[in-house]
Design a protein around this ligand. Structure first.
Ligand SMILES: [Zn+2]
Length: 162
């Protein structure tokens, strides 16, 4: 096969040879050299699809480092951050118990924040089933927090023998 013999411009040489070059697919007439030249000329000067996107190389590196490294090595690590980021963090780093902390039902649970301050500290969260979590958010937040605080006091007294 004399692939590449017919190319005329530098742009054409850089292009990959299509998989169906030389094969009789019968779908499309072969592009003439003139037509190719016209096409490449028309593409010169056109902006790249990603031009204008505000993604610096530094930012890209940060994104990939955040994915590959553990969260604590990430330079973006903050002790307190947004709700969404925290829930993503908890999901990644802490396996949720399969039992609801409030009703005891064995099911898929969600981390529910008990202190009102969103931190990455898992001790501030309790696993709740979907129903309890919804109820908690709507109605008995105070009740649940009281129980949470009681439990904290109990574990503290157990730990310090008081
Ligand atoms: Zn529940």
């Amino acid at each position: 096969m004399l692939v590449g013999k017919m190319v005329s411009s530098e742009v054409d040489q850089k292009r990959q040879v299509p998989w169906n070059k030389g094969k009789k697919t019968g779908k499309r007439p072969p592009r003439s050299e003139l037509w190719k030249k016209k096409l490449s000329d028309s593409l010169i000067g056109r902006d790249s699809w990603c031009k204008g996107l505000k993604l610096s190389d530094d930012y890209r590196k940060k994104i990939s480092s955040g994915r590959l490294k553990s969260i604590r090595e990430n330079p973006n690590y903050k002790p307190s951050t947004s709700y969404v980021a925290i829930h993503a963090f908890l999901k990644r780093n802490h396996k949720r118990p399969k039992k609801c902390w409030w009703c005891g039902k064995e099911c898929q649970t969600e981390w529910a924040n008990m202190v009102g301050v969103y931190t990455r500290d898992v001790s501030n969260y309790r696993p709740l089933c979907r129903q309890c979590h919804m109820k908690y958010d709507q109605r008995f937040r105070r009740k649940l927090r009281m129980m949470f605080e009681q439990q904290l006091q109990q574990t503290a007294s157990m730990r310090f023998g008081g």
